[in-house]
Write a protein that binds this ligand. Structure first.
Ligand code: FMN
Length: 415
């Protein structure tokens, strides 16, 4: 089974197998935004699961702008107690040898009001003053205006501060004993806002061409590498070129080339944003052949194949929709990716690799974890805001993580 084979990243980090627990915001941080015992317990469960790599939920680098009130955040000058809580988090997660990475994020214009230590009247920041578009209805427009507002275009000082915050977050992660970081440059958050030609309308050195739109990301990668060293793993989560991205494939390939040359160890491919949350759609029903497995189970594999054809040696992880051993094996065997990212099933079955996917006593046809589609409330059809459906998915699966964190078993929602 290819999924059970180890893989070595350019940093020298060895992943014992190809299954990664994808980043999932836990939404349970205390008011201090420091990882407390609940994080140690939840990640201690995943530690037992036989994963090849564990990614934390997104950790915010700015105290002013969180993705949600329950996010962990990296303070500018952590106290000794904070450093100790972080070390215990890293130790609990890696206690059985699976390497763990912290996902670092800044939400930019996607920070909802009330999430972050800022006044109700201060604006979100973004590369340009472009408001979120949550849909054409009046309700959607009102929700975008009230919850997120029109962001303020970042000054050069803002950009310098954000770069420093990502670097400080990576250094704190390194000091705590995590094996690396993953930069969240997908799902419409700040770094993906910079990469995008529709969200970044700047004409200075941070916008105006695909290369200049990548500049903030390149500076962050180079500084983290310089300040942590060659053996600290740096990954990045990027969106595939999809309907919402409005970037041409050539432009995205140019950006990936620059990002790769800046010195990353792997790239995770996902897709979607609050405007078009296709990363949280329900996977298709059981596939019947290898070909249809690839087409129906993995949301973003076609884009991975394109990236692979341009950058044959770049280590690629694809996340979104994988539910069966056959589907995962087919994706790996196709050569389109090296690592499979698994989100929602990992919240329901934290021991998924050990107990099912990599368990050779289980036949291929039984090695799957199909989850019942969530039943959305009736009022949803009156609210034509797709982000609401994605929010309910996050709430439901976040709720399973919160159950694990207090020692309960997640609700088994397998179909
Ligand atoms: C509760 C929940 C929280 C999530 N939080 C994050 C996050 O913090 N960072 C991120 O990159 N993706 C996040 N995602 C998206 C997942 O990493 C993944 O891309 C998505 O769930 C699709 O994979 P799946 O079909 O295996 O669930 C989240 C998903 C869920 C369900």
């Amino acid at each position: 089974m290819l999924a059970s084979k180890e893989i070595t990243l350019p940093s020298g980090l060895v992943l014992p197998n190809r299954l990664a627990k994808a980043a999932m915001a836990e939404a349970m941080a205390p008011a201090s935004h420091v990882p407390d015992e609940k994080f140690h317990i939840a990640y201690g469960e995943w530690a037992k699961g036989g994963w090849g790599m564990i990614l934390t939920g997104n950790v915010q680098v700015s105290e002013l702008y969180l993705g949600q009130p329950g996010d962990i955040q990296t303070p500018a000058s952590p106290s000794d107690t904070t450093k100790q809580m972080w070390k215990e988090w890293a130790d609990a997660t890696q206690q059985f040898g699976t390497p763990a990475l912290v996902q670092l994020c800044h939400p930019g214009r996607q920070s909802p009001s009330g999430a972050g230590n800022r006044t109700w009247f201060s604006k979100n920041i973004a590369p340009s003053a472009v408001q979120l578009n949550l849909g054409p209805s009046l309700l959607a427009k009102a929700a975008a205006a009230l919850k997120f507002g029109t962001p303020r275009e970042m000054t050069h000082e803002d950009i310098t501060l954000v770069i420093d915050q990502f670097v400080a977050g990576a250094k704190q992660t390194h000091e705590a004993g995590f094996k690396g970081v993953e930069l969240h440059a997908a799902h419409g958050y700040l770094l993906s806002q910079f990469l995008s030609p529709t969200m970044n309308l700047r004409t200075d050195e941070f916008g105006g061409s695909p290369a200049k739109r990548s500049e903030i990301v390149l500076r962050i990668i180079r500084r983290i590498r310089a300040e942590t060293g060659p053996s600290f793993t740096i990954g990045i989560k990027l969106n595939s070129v999809d309907a919402s991205a409005s970037s041409s494939l050539d432009e995205v390939i140019e950006q990936i080339s620059l990002i790769k040359d800046a010195g990353i160890d792997f790239m995770e491919i996902s897709g979607g944003s609050y405007e078009d949350p296709n990363m949280l759609k329900e996977p298709a029903q059981a596939p019947t052949s290898k070909k249809s497995t690839l087409q129906r189970e993995a949301f973003f594999l076609t884009f991975a194949q394109t990236v692979r054809s341009h950058f044959p040696t770049l280590i690629l992880m694809v996340t979104g929709g994988f539910r069966t051993r056959t589907g995962m094996e087919a994706a790996l065997q196709s050569g389109a990716c090296d690592i499979i990212g698994i989100g929602r099933p990992a919240a329901v079955l934290p021991l998924l690799p050990k107990e099912i996917i990599l368990n050779e006593e289980i036949q291929d046809e039984d090695a799957s974890v199909k989850l019942k589609p969530l039943v959305l409330p009736g009022w949803m059809k009156w609210v034509s805001i797709t982000a609401v459906g994605a929010g309910l998915q996050s709430d439901y699966y976040g709720g399973q993580i919160q159950r694990i964190a207090i020692g309960l078993t997640p609700v088994d929602s397998r179909a």
